[in-house]
Design a protein around this ligand. Structure first.
Ligand code: FES
Length: 105
């Protein structure tokens, strides 16, 4: 009994930490605002991301920032969501990318 109780307590603390330490994490979105990506679709992609976030009340759950050219213009427009790089992103892809990302919670 003496050995089991600390193990149960440690297990509870560990699970509590795992559960709540990830709750406040935001979905981090970077959009390449370099001239190539911007002119080839990220202007509209930016508008759609803002629209998606507003219409789903996700303002407090995301960090959305622009980036300078990430050096992959030929693969643009580039959007990076939680470290996952999406290339040749068309405006029609935004809904799928974001809804997939927010379903991971
Ligand atoms: S402008 Fe986006 S990768 Fe160069």
């Amino acid at each position: 009994m003496i050995v089991i109780l600390p193990f149960v307590l440690l297990n509870f603390i560990f699970l509590y930490y795992i559960r709540y330490s990830f709750m406040d994490q935001k979905v981090e979105i970077f959009i390449c605002m370099g001239s190539s990506c911007f002119s080839r679709g990220n202007k509209e992609n930016h508008r759609r991301i803002v629209q998606y976030v507003k219409s789903n009340n996700l303002e407090s759950k995301i960090s959305f920032r622009g980036k300078h050219c990430v050096g992959k213009c030929a693969e643009g427009p580039i959007i990076i969501v939680n470290g996952q790089e999406y290339t040749k992103v068309a405006p029609e892809d935004i809904m799928y990318i974001l809804s997939t990302e927010f379903k991971k919670d």
